[in-house]
Design a protein around this ligand. Structure first.
Ligand SMILES: [Zn+2]
Length: 124
């Protein structure tokens, strides 16, 4: 289960809308529930259909979380023109053990990848 306050879900949506029509990417961090939304630059050469979090920004963000005693809870990204389902590329390139949260045209869902097991998203 992934617990996210409504306000932070909206903050994430706002970030992804600013990135559209490109895919947007970022981190959710916190202790038990999401406490922090951390947008990251998408530096993928084909950002309309794929994402790659800027490696240096990602490293900086992870270090800052560690300093503050927060854990990485999820990685989010958007499918501006597609469903909230992992794409073949999402599955192939998955390497984190936290849920992948996908914002699609039909809503938002979370999955463990590459297994594809859905994680319940609980909005607080
Ligand atoms: Zn994707």
């Amino acid at each position: 289960m992934l617990y996210v306050p409504r306000g932070l879900l909206e903050e994430t949506r706002a970030h992804l809308l600013r990135e559209a029509p490109k895919e947007g990417v970022g981190l959710w961090a916190g202790r038990r529930e999401v406490e922090r939304v951390i947008p990251l630059p998408n530096v993928h050469p084909s950002p309309l259909t794929a994402y790659l979090a800027d490696p240096l920004a990602l490293l900086k963000a992870l270090k800052a979380l560690e300093r503050e005693g927060l854990s990485l809870l999820a990685i989010y990204h958007s499918h501006p023109k597609g469903p909230a389902l992992p794409s073949p590329r999402d599955i192939k390139e998955a390497r984190w053990r936290v849920p992948y949260v996908i914002f699609g045209t039909d809503g938002v869902r979370a999955f463990l990848l590459p297994e594809g097991q859905e994680v319940a998203l609980v909005v607080l």
